[in-house]
Design a protein around this ligand. Structure first.
Ligand code: ADP
Length: 663
């Protein structure tokens, strides 16, 4: 085709149309005025016109107006003997589309050198343009990607490197091209690359491989890799492309989420422990353990200043995870005094490096001690301040590495400290109440014991008097006095029993006896004193052998029958129902009196509990059922009540039967 520039043969000499038509490029000839003489099939393919449609027409109609001037000038130049080569311009196609072409225009002469016309040879640039644009687009995408995109040969040498790679790994394109990929791989992970390459060689893509790579300066970077084989146009694998996404932040976020989750779990446990716990020492230990875990400290200590029962200051402290040095020294007065100087302000103290801290100068002896004997670099001290703004103590955390505690941890601990302060306040109250209670129990025990002796001797004297007195009236008075004395006596005995139960000193004296016989005796005794109620016994057994404290069981039966009489003043009957099963005997004492409201049922066996509406006109201390329950349960029996308000109650208790006799 180049021959057209300097044609040696004339168009007239040969019919060249077949050559023209087989050409890949469009070939047209024009006369020197610009009229079309020849038009080949490639020209038809590119611009749509057939040869017939254009022959003899001036070329102008297929040149866009804005290019007409330049093209005319070019044409003149060619006619004058010049040429135009690979000139990019535009032609209008038959359907009026602009078609980009690359045009070469030359003068055609005959053998004698006479000018015959002008040839225009061109090809369609559109396809090439699209490919170029696509290429440019891809290049732009690669360049603007945040991910690192690089390629390497099958031997692992880096052949391309985008901006993203530069940002993630820190090397510029110039620095890295030609380097081996192992440059970016941590030593311990080098085998990963062999694995990847062997897959790539087999045409297998490696997707989302989460691993670690090394950036400039040895920085470790968590990356997610996708590696694909690169093929040449014949499909041979010639290298690999690698997309690396920096997932350091994701990993950090993941770790942060995990950390938050554990923190939450720990906080939850502390919350629970604190709200349930009422003993200062237990709270101190739980809080210390949990906050030590939360801060990641090597040791944590909790100081708590409190007062004992008689107002002396006592210092408790709990320690957790003492991994460095010894925290024993923390208990010493010297340390305490030094810490107090920090605590006084009630402010949190967070120190990144103990010797470089501005507070070092004011507390040098303490700081030196911490550093030297306990290897503390990071220190976090969080005061525990109670409602009245009193600093009662504090949490101290240490670590041998500097800058181990963050503001976040400081806040977490401050939150826990606030909770702990409230819990300690409660614990203090509870301990005070408990101490008072213990004192009261002790007093009741002592008082009833002291009352018992004079009561017994009074009873003795009255009985002698009763025997020796012959006057009817006096005897009646003495009888009345004795009855009242018995009442006091039994109240005092009950009080003494309560005190014994409280102090765990209610001792039982077990013997084997027949409960049925005991029931008969008790019923007879109570019946003797009751003029209002008839006590009926309904039993399905003849003998009921039990091993129990006979006196205490008698006390149980008397208590329940007395209550049944006492709380059914308008009734005339108390029914005792005895039922035996294989293993136990159940005794029910039923009355037809006031009954008990449902909401009161659960309190009925509590110490000092009385139903208020009855309390004003029926005397009692509210301890009979408490003692009864204790006695029954100490015999491995059960006690409960079924009652309907206004209709009456039935109290039940069970006792295990002796095995040999049971069944
Ligand atoms: P006390 O009878 O001295 O008050 P108890 O401990 O024996 O003390 O009884 C506690 C409370 O239970 C009584 O005050 C009374 O309100 C209620 N109670 C006990 N037994 C009966 C009963 N059989 N019927 C109705 N209420 C009863």
């Amino acid at each position: 085709m180049e021959d057209f520039n300097k044609p040696l043969i004339s168009l007239n000499d040969f019919d060249l149309s077949s050559i023209f038509n087989s050409a890949h490029d469009a070939v047209i000839t024009l006369d020197i005025n610009g009229h079309i003489i020849h038009w080949n099939s490639a020209a038809t393919r590119i611009l749509g016109y057939t040869a017939d449609e254009v022959t003899d027409r001036h070329i102008d109609f297929m040149i866009p107006k804005e290019l007409a001037f330049d093209e005319k000038a070019d044409f003149q130049r060619v006619v004058a003997g010049g040429s135009v080569e690979h000139y990019q311009t535009i032609r209008l196609s038959k359907n009026n589309q602009k078609v980009n072409i690359s045009l070469t225009a030359s003068l055609i002469r005959d053998a004698q050198g006479r000018v015959l016309g002008v040839s225009h040879i061109f090809h369609d640039l559109t396809v090439q343009k699209v490919a170029e644009e696509k290429q440019a687009m891809l290049a732009a995408i690669i360049e603007s990607s945040d991910d690192a995109i690089l390629s390497k040969t099958l031997d692992g040498f880096i052949t391309s490197w985008n901006k993203g790679a530069e940002l993630i790994f820190g090397y510029t394109e110039e620095e890295i091209i030609g380097e081996h990929i192992s440059f970016l791989i941590p030593k311990e992970r080098l085998s990963e690359e062999d694995n990847i390459i062997s897959k790539i060689k087999r045409g297998i893509k490696v997707e989302h491989l989460e691993t670690v790579r090394i950036g400039k300066g040895g920085r470790k970077i968590a990356v997610s890799l996708t590696i694909s084989p690169v093929k040449d146009k014949d499909g041979n694998i010639i290298g690999a492309s690698k997309i690396a996404r920096d997932i350091t932040k994701n990993k950090e976020a993941e770790r942060a989420i995990k950390r938050h989750a554990t923190d939450l779990a720990v906080l939850n446990t502390i919350g629970k422990a604190i709200s349930e716990g009422l003993e200062a020492e237990m709270i101190l230990q739980k809080v210390t353990d949990a906050t030590t875990q939360l801060t990641g400290a090597e040791f944590g200590t909790f100081y708590y200043n409190t007062k004992d029962g008689i107002g002396n200051a006592i210092q408790l402290f709990a320690t957790s995870a003492a991994a460095v040095g010894s925290v024993e020294g923390f208990g010493s007065a010297e340390f305490r005094a030094l810490f107090d100087s920090i605590f006084l302000g009630g402010k949190i103290v967070r120190i990144e490096e103990i010797r470089k801290d501005e507070r070092y100068l004011n507390h040098a002896p303490l700081f030196d001690l911490l550093k030297v004997s306990m290897q503390v670099s990071s220190l976090l001290v969080v005061p525990v301040t109670t409602k009245g703004n009193v600093v009662v103590g504090g949490l101290v955390f240490g670590h041998s590495r500097p800058a181990m505690f963050s503001r976040n941890q400081e806040n977490l601990v401050a939150g826990v400290a606030a909770q702990a302060a409230t819990a300690l306040d409660n614990a203090k109250l509870y301990e005070e109440v408990r101490a008072l209670n213990a004192k009261k129990d002790e007093f009741i025990g002592l008082a009833s014991h002291e009352l018992k002796t004079p009561l017994t001797s009074m009873k003795g004297f009255l009985q002698i008097l009763e025997r020796n007195e012959s006057g009817e009236l006096n005897r009646a008075f003495i009888k009345k006095a004795l009855k009242q004395l018995n009442k006091i006596s039994s109240l005092v005995s009950d009080l003494l029993d309560v005190s014994k139960i409280q102090s765990g000193k209610l001792y039982l004296d077990f013997e084997t006896f027949d409960l049925q016989t005991l029931l008969h005796e008790v019923i007879e005794l109570v019946q003797f004193t009751s003029e209002t109620h008839e006590i009926e016994l309904d039993s399905d057994s003849i003998v009921l052998p039990v091993q129990a404290d006979k006196q205490r069981i008698e006390q149980v039966i008397i208590n329940l029958i007395s209550n049944a009489i006492k709380y059914s003043p308008d009734a005339s009957k108390v029914l005792i129902r005895v039922r035996k099963t294989d293993l136990e005997v159940r005794v029910g004492i039923q009355d037809f009196g006031f009954g008990i409201e449902t909401e009161q049922l659960e309190n009925i066996f509590a110490r000092f509990f009385r139903v208020e509406s009855l309390a004003s006109h029926i005397s009692g201390l509210g301890i009979g059922l408490f003692i009864t329950k204790e006695i029954v349960e100490r015999h491995k029996g059960r006690i409960w009540v079924e009652s309907e308000h206004g209709k009456g109650s039935e109290f039940f208790f069970t006792l295990p039967l002796i095995r040999e006799f049971a069944g």
